[in-house]
Design a protein around this ligand. Sequence first.
Ligand SMILES: *[C@@H]1O[C@H](CO)[C@@H](O)[C@H](O)[C@H]1NC(C)=O
Length: 398
Amino acid sequence: MAREILVALALCGSAASLAASRRHARPTLRMGAEPLSQVTGMASMDQAVLGKYMGLDTGDDCQVEYVFLDKDQVARSKCRTLPLKKVQGPVDAYPKWNYDGSSTGQAPGDDSEVMIVPRAKYPDPFRGGNHVLVLCDTYEPDGTPLPTNTRAPAVARFESGGAKEQVPWYGLEQEYTLFNLDGVTPLGWPVGGFPKPQGPYYCGAGADRAFGRAVSEAHYRACLYAGLEVSGTNAEVMPGQWEYQIGPSIGIDAADQLTISRYILSRVCEDLGVIVTIDPKPIAGDWNGAGMHINFSTESTRKEGGLAVIEAMCEKLGAKHTEHIAAYGEGNERRLTGDCETASIDQFSYGVADRGCSIRIPRDTAADKKGYLEDRRPASNVDPYVATSLIFATCTSA
Ligand SMILES: *[C@@H]1O[C@H](CO)[C@@H](O)[C@H](O)[C@H]1NC(C)=O
């Protein structure tokens, strides 16, 4: 996925430089009437002008943004109007819809309709008012989940594994990296060069160490507005890299929230004219990669005697290390090198408060003898439906 972004960016980049040279070659016709820039992003769209229209009252008509995942698990969306009464009702009563799967690599051109089924709704932080975002999953016309619909099997796994009684809680830490519109220069990096070594950037403040805070702030507020259980954010170790946390959230809801939070992040970055990637190792070499650590607990780890249950879970996770690594995101081998606060990809380990382990048992959990474990292996681009349901299945297996 990252490669596709970079290719697209390289194209944007050359289009942008062409446009720039053309602009310089021609005189501007009238003051204030410069032709629309070819540069993507903010330059061609004035958000303040847009605001005039977004303030218009739509009465009982609501704009409902149907969000669905393409073949690369990247969120796309399209909008339709629904009456307020319908929008305020339960999400199961929202109409199903469809899209052209031949344009997303999910269906052949001669039978291209993909059905989308609303699963969760969130107040729309971009339109405000009564407008909503609706998270959908994808089906063939006959009702079979698409092969790229990982939500349906995750729901089945939770149900058959007794999630109702076990009540799995998840804390998801999503790391991401911001790039300039050239697609190759992370925010805060000199073009074609490197910033000062890592050290001052993690949780850093100041114009020489925090790059892209506007994204982090806008995203945080937008997630709160949408009703997500976003629980924190911070600047990360590599300059231009940030993290936010979702949770604790229960069962399938955790992956749903993470999915919609990624969609919101891409919309915020679109507004602010920066590129976001969740590639696990956006810059090769001695620069931290990006992960999605997953905190996990169940009813039995949270009560008296929980630590013994957690240790048993670690053993089970160790026995299925290869299966988990295969499910934890593409390109993870570039990140899990054993350096940069990671464990090596082909070795499993667990321990108390050790950031170099595959699974970390937090110090509080060890002291209280109950609590949760932290799986530090998942990459930032992991499919949250696959990862959360697999952790549940492995940890609660007999
Ligand atoms: C996960 O646990 C770690 C401590 O082990 C904590 O620092 C972090 O904030 C937790 N993240 C979430 C999302 O709950």
